[in-house]
Design a protein around this ligand. Structure first.
Ligand SMILES: C[S@@+](CC[C@H](N)C(=O)[O-])C[C@H]1O[C@@H](n2cnc3c(N)ncnc32)[C@H](O)[C@@H]1O
Length: 411
């Protein structure tokens, strides 16, 4: 099903029904449950997943839909795949730019910027780019290289200054403004002749852009969202009529699911991440005993130096930090091994949850797309790069409908 404007609504409803019907499979997190509620319902799948190794889980992590696991896994995987198919946006060649423009830009970030720029196409040519949460403004400079005006908004003073210096050095006329985009005065920064662009502005930040840019009747905008869980409220606040009508409620944990796809990390980083998780899972078993309560207890993130402590000290110190009774006669090697065994099980059980990662992300993207449609924009969605360049590779392109299109703006 290609993501044309007309079927944004239909696609949203199909995803909404899918996510609602299977909530029991993707809402509970294996990390916080010793047994997931669905395991009793699907014992064959549960047993199959639980006997697999950590390495096997790692291999399947980014493509769980390829796993030949017992039902209902394959059936759900097929539905997930069909529902989350998104075409790549058409691209156009870019004028080559001096390599000086990409100095100081990490390689993958530059690839994202080039891909983003190649995927922008609007009925009329933008004349003034507005780079939203611009950092140093690398994206804006790449776009404005042809001579259009450029305004960059950013609230980190150092990045504003560094951006200003880079633009001056490269001879690009740009205004780098120190602006908190969540502040009330941010609205005054937008005008209808501007084309806002946002590459990976987190949760509330890109939602704010969609609200302010549609209020200002900006002709076009392009948004690649990320970090859906970085929001001020405890629960997702839907934007579109369809989102508001949905029975789906999304907690911050739920909103983190689309972000759980990992870009390949080096062996050292992986080992550190796994050790940290295995220790937490072992501590979880211990704290259940110490408290006499078979429930998960959240623990704060810890400095990486904690991983250099002997395992017993790690547990004792964490117990103290959480004001728990001091552990006494624990069999530390056994407990540590149990943590690693749980990690393998958790990672494999998470493969079920991971089948819903892309459908949920698309649901969130469509809620945004439909919101803009309801504010009188023509909207297209698609990918702007491969997921190995960034897993947050969905782009929303919106352009204000022509005056005589007969559709009244809402809100
Ligand atoms: C993930 S970075 C993306 C930066 C840039 N668009 C890019 O792709 O490299 C998000 C940026 O938003 C900025 N930011 C965060 N909160 C902000 C706010 N309330 N107002 C303006 N900028 C903000 C951060 O300082 C950071 O530079």
């Amino acid at each position: 099903m290609p993501p044309h404007t007309d079927d944004l609504h239909a696609r949203f409803l199909a995803l909404d029904a899918f996510l609602l019907a299977h909530q029991h499979l993707w809402k509970p997190r294996p990390f916080t449950h010793r047994h997931l509620p669905w395991e009793a319902q699907h014992p064959e799948l549960s047993t199959w997943l639980r006997q697999r190794s950590l390495e096997q889980a790692e291999t399947a992590h980014n493509h769980p839909e390829r796993l030949d696991a017992p039902q209902p896994f394959v059936e759900i995987a097929n539905q997930s795949k069909a529902l989350s198919e998104v075409d790549a946006l058409p691209t156009h060649p870019l004028n080559a730019v001096s390599s000086r423009l990409s100095v100081d830009v990490p390689g993958r970030k530059w690839q994202q910027i080039e891909a983003f720029a190649k995927s922008l196409s609007f009925r009329s040519t933008p004349t003034h780019w507005l780079d939203w949460c611009a950092g140093k403004g690398h994206l804006g400079r790449r776009l404005a290289h042809g001579g259009q005006a450029l305004t960059c908004l950013e609230y980190d003073e150092q990045l504003v200054q560094a951006g200003q210096q880079l633009s001056a050095k490269l001879g690009i006329h740009a205004m780098h403004l120190h602006q908190n985009v969540m502040a009330a005065d941010a609205a005054s920064r937008l005008a209808s002749h501007q084309t806002p662009v946002a590459l990976h502005a987190c949760g509330d930040l890109h939602v704010r852009l969609m609200q302010l840019a549609s209020d200002a009747r900006c002709q076009h905008m392009a948004i690649a969202p990320c970090c859906y869980n970085r929001i001020d409220s405890h629960q997702y606040q839907p934007l579109s009529a369809e989102g508001l009508a949905s029975r789906l409620t999304l907690s911050l944990d739920d909103l983190g699911l689309p972000l759980s796809e990992t870009v390949t990390a080096g062996a050292r980083v992986r080992r550190q991440r796994d050790t940290s998780m295995a220790r937490r899972l072992a501590f979880d078993l211990l704290q259940r005993q110490l408290r006499g309560i078979d429930d998960y207890l959240p623990t704060p993130s810890l400095p990486s130096a904690w991983l250099d402590k002997p395992f017993a000290d790690y547990c004792r110190d964490l117990a103290e930090l959480k004001h728990l009774p001091a552990p006494t006669d624990s069999n530390w090697p056994e407990l540590e091994a149990a943590g690693w065994q749980r990690l393998a099980q958790v990672r494999n059980l998470e493969l079920v949850r991971n089948l819903f990662r892309r459908p949920l992300e698309l649901w969130l993207i469509l809620d945004r797309a439909l919101y803009l449609q309801q504010r009188n924009y023509d909207v297209r969605i698609g990918t702007f790069c491969d997921s190995h360049i960034t897993p947050r590779n969905l782009l929303i392109l919106a352009e204000l409908k022509p005056h005589n299109s007969g559709v009244l703006p809402c809100g």
